[in-house]
Design a binder for this molecule. Structure first.
Ligand code: FPP
Length: 285
């Protein structure tokens, strides 16, 4: 079984700054050039989902904003601000790379432990992103959904989230799931509670609790499982992200801090994914 994507045509990513031509094999090596201009996104010939594949879901742990800022003598929030720019570029690149679903880990249930000023600044950045990008997302056929528990978020932010979900509900070119106050363990707890309530009410028999039913009770119930999970900034852990859904995901750990992660790096990660054989516990061939 292939990784589910194959070379397509016309990367359309020249805006990413590709100038030299590398072979797909070059693009697979472990060395990640620091200069994104050296990565030729066209070399991937735009990986697109296999004819048979219904979706191509990439989930990203956007890590390294704080370190990016510290390395420049800037406050942490400057890294988050630059991170928003990276989000905009990566979202734009998705259709050309065959990505149909993009999940972004924006704020975890554990991120409330950060200094209150940083939390406030992050919430303001989410507001800014939604305010500034709403029209373009609607126009570009992007559907926006949120995963996580919105209840502790400010009312005005929740209203903005509900509004963009409603405005983009009919879009299907790309689905972005923004994980906001998301934690995989609490997601599983709420799913277990909801199934337990149905059992208590007599509307669900315990033996009817299947993997499919449990999966459907998660925040991600309407999304396919992620094919590829990328974490930036060199850290190699999941940090309570999509623990159920990642059962057969492939992983790419990119060395770049999130604000430095460009569409060229994104294409490179997808290129690496496209070379892998996914066996789902079976054997080759
Ligand atoms: C992790 O880096 C990053 C976050 C917790 C916030 C991610 C948020 C953004 C990129 C803002 C924009 C998002 C959207 C969806 C509009 P870190 O601060 O933990 O970095 P560090 O490990 O270097 O300290």
């Amino acid at each position: 079984m292939s990784a589910g994507i194959k070379p397509g045509v016309n990367s359309g990513l020249s805006a990413a700054g590709a100038s030299e031509h590398a072979s797909p094999r070059d693009c697979q090596n472990d060395q990640t050039p620091n200069d994104p201009a050296k990565i030729d996104t066209a070399a991937f010939q735009s990986p697109v989902p296999d004819a048979g594949a219904q979706s191509f879901h990439v989930a990203i742990i956007m890590d390294g904003n704080g370190r990016w800022a510290r390395a420049r003598g800037l406050p942490r929030i400057a890294g988050h601000r630059q991170g928003v720019e990276a989000v905009r570029e990566i979202v734009k690149a998705c259709p050309d790379l065959g990505v149909t679903h993009l999940t972004l880990y924006a704020f975890s249930t554990e991120n409330w432990r950060r200094p209150p000023l940083e939390v406030m600044a992050l919430m303001d950045l989410f507001r800014l992103y939604l305010r500034r990008e709403a029209n373009a997302l609607v126009r570009d056929g992007v559907r926006v959904v949120f995963i996580g528990d919105p209840s502790p978020l400010d009312q005005d932010l929740r209203a903005m989230m509900a509004q963009i979900e409603a405005r983009t509900a009919g879009n299907s070119r790309l689905t972005i799931a923004i994980a906001l106050n998301y934690g995989a363990r609490s997601e599983m707890v709420q799913a277990a509670r909801s199934l337990a309530e149905q059992v208590a009410q007599g509307t669900l028999a315990p033996e009817d609790i299947t993997e499919a039913r449990l999966g459907a009770a998660l925040y991600t119930g309407a999304l396919p499982d992620p094919d590829l999970i990328i974490r930036t900034s060199g850290e190699q852990r999941l940090s309570n992200f999509l623990l159920w859904q990642c059962a057969y995901s492939e992983f790419v750990f990119a060395p770049e801090a999130w604000p430095d992660f460009t569409p060229a790096h994104f294409a490179r990660a997808i290129g690496s994914f496209s070379q892998r054989e996914r066996r789902y516990g079976a054997v080759s061939g």
